[in-house]
Each structure stands twice: as C-alpha cells, then as structure tokens.
Design a protein around this ligand. Structure first.
Ligand SMILES: [Zn+2]
Length: 185
C-alpha cells in the first residue's frame, strides 16, 4: 500500500512538472503572440496613417480638379464670347462693305444719269449735224418756214485749202437743229 501511495505521489509530481513546463511554454507562446500583436498593431497604425495621407492627396487632387473645371468653364465662356464678338464684328464689316459697294454703284448710276441728261439736249455737249434732203425744211422738227431757217458757214467742213472755202450748214431757228444737204444743188 505504501508503495502504491508513493507511486501515486511520484506520478502527481511528474504531472505537476509537466504542467509547469507546459505552463511556461504557453506563457512563452502568449508573450510571442503579444509581440506579434504589437507588430500587427503597429502595421495597422502605419497603414492608417498611409490611408490618411492618401485621403489628403485625393482631397487636394479633387480640389485641383474642381479648380481646373472652374477655369475650364470660364475659359470656355471667354472663348464663346470672343467667338460671338468676332462673328458680330465681321458681319458688321461685311454689312459696311456691302453698304459702301451699294453707295458706289449708286454714285456710278447717278453720274451716268447726269451724262445722259447732258446728251439729252438740255445741256448739249456738242450739236449733231444731221443729213437733210432740203434746204427749206428742218429735218429735226419739220419746220418749213424759210424765215426761220438760216444758212451759215460750217468751219468743220473745208472745201478748198487755198483760198479757204468752207462748207455750209442750215440752222433751224425754231428748234435749234442743224443739218446739211449734200445731194440737193
Ligand atoms: Zn427745226
């Protein structure tokens, strides 16, 4: 019996030793885990700070982007305005040029009209001597009253150089027409 008891005691002692060792092991493992945990926590805090930094960068990029967008908008509106002004000024110029052209053409027409009026007889530039058939009848107005018909020298016609002999033309005192007769003697 004593032998068995001592045996049991021995066994207990052994188990106690084993448990002590295991306990030490576990403690060791626990401290290792704690160490790992610390490392992981440090890593997490590093990553957190990196995320914070990245968030700040993103924020500043977003700010720049919105600034750029604003600038872009204002540039666009400036460009639009410039375009509008250019279009307006060029269409104005075109209208001006058209106006000038029209004025020029009108002036031209006016001067042509004036010249026509001059040739009309009111402001005669030169008299046209017509070819008539009779000395006693004006071929322009048909006047046959010889008292109103004059025969005058026509210095534009030279019949003989020496002595100078000029041709003759007839003038109607009724209408002022002039004619010459070459066939009738
Ligand atoms: Zn006449």
């Amino acid at each position: 019996m004593v032998e068995k008891k001592s045996h049991t005691l021995k066994e207990y002692k052994k188990i106690t030793e084993e448990l002590k060792i295991e306990n030490a092991n576990l403690k060791n493992q626990l401290s290792q885990k704690d160490h790992d945990k610390e490392i992981l926590e440090k890593k997490i805090s590093d990553l957190d700070s990196k995320i914070k930094t990245l968030n700040e960068i993103v924020k500043s990029i977003e700010g720049d982007y919105s600034k750029l967008e604003h600038q872009n908008d204002s540039l666009k509106s400036n460009l639009e305005q410039e375009k509008k002004q250019k279009t307006e000024s060029s269409s104005k110029k075109i209208a001006e040029l058209r106006g000038k052209k029209v004025k020029k053409e009108k002036k031209k027409e006016d001067s042509e009209v004036t010249e026509e009026l001059k040739q009309d007889g009111r402001l005669p530039a030169k008299k046209i001597i017509v070819e008539g058939t009779s000395r006693r009848k004006c071929p322009v107005c048909g006047n046959s009253n010889i008292k109103l018909i004059r025969e005058v020298v026509d210095k534009t016609i030279i019949l003989l150089d020496y002595p100078k002999v000029y041709g003759k033309k007839l003038t109607c005192l009724e209408c002022g027409g002039e004619w010459r007769v070459s066939s009738e003697k």
